[in-house]
Design a binder for this molecule. Structure first.
Ligand code: MD6
Ligand code: FE
Length: 216
């Protein structure tokens, strides 16, 4: 077997490949952490965190809100993107400039130039919250990547294959880490293990995750 070490330029030191199409940009969001958290607070002032119900009737342990043109929601009718916050019937808060810029820059670093997110799902995990293995498939164009920003307490992320039964690999996601995935990784199953009791100086017990998508 020939190993072409220098065929492609090596990834930058903080870019850690997970699998083909997916990469962790370690601490990519750290420099703007306080501003990002301030923006999350402002989004939540307009569209409060809420625990939504799955179509099967279970209340999610993760509290969620959204910003941007399209928000991801779940209720008895199913999973979908919609332009109105179901709590108030009003549009979602606009996507802060900083969010959009960060997501576009991270995507470009990971090799997905031209990413223009129109939706940001904001997840808030408290101790004991988790997210089961799932695929992100409510978006129109799977050619568009997803950018995921972790803030606050650490969690173990699970990255599986394209079948639910594929054994997932585990990656610890810490404050400021940004995961970008697309291409062949776009429809991989993934989830978050139970958040352990922990403390972060900027978020207390919470872990926040921002996932940026092109919904439409
Ligand atoms: C989370 N993230 O990290 C949940 N989905 O809290 C996701 O479900 C996710 O991080 C698609 C791409 C990246 C993600
Ligand atoms: Fe997901």
């Amino acid at each position: 077997m020939t190993i072409d070490l220098f065929e492609q330029s090596p990834p930058e030191p903080w870019a850690e490949p997970i699998c083909e199409g997916a990469v962790v940009l370690r601490r990519f969001a750290s420099v703007r952490d306080a501003e990002l958290l301030k923006e999350i607070e402002q989004v939540a002032d307009q569209a409060p965190f809420r625990q939504m119900k799955t179509p099967g009737g279970h209340t999610m342990s993760v509290a969620m809100t959204c910003c941007g043109d399209w928000g991801w929601v779940t209720d008895a009718q199913g999973y979908r993107y919609q332009q109105q916050d179901p709590v108030y019937g009003s549009s979602w808060p606009g996507m802060p400039e900083l969010f959009h810029t960060l997501a576009a820059e991270a995507a470009a670093k990971a090799g997905y130039a031209g990413f223009e997110p129109d939706s940001c799902l904001v997840n808030r995990y408290s101790t004991g919250a988790k997210m089961g293995l799932h695929q992100d498939k409510d978006e129109d164009d799977f050619g568009q990547p997803i950018v995921s920003v972790s803030l606050g307490t650490p969690v173990t992320f699970q990255f599986g294959g394209t079948r639910r039964s594929d054994r997932p690999q585990r990656v610890l996601l810490e404050h400021g880490d940004v995961v970008v995935w697309g291409g062949p990784a776009r429809l991989r199953y993934h989830g978050v293990l139970t958040l352990k009791a922990n403390h972060h100086p900027l978020t207390g017990v919470y872990r926040y995750n921002l996932t940026f998508r092109r919904a439409r």
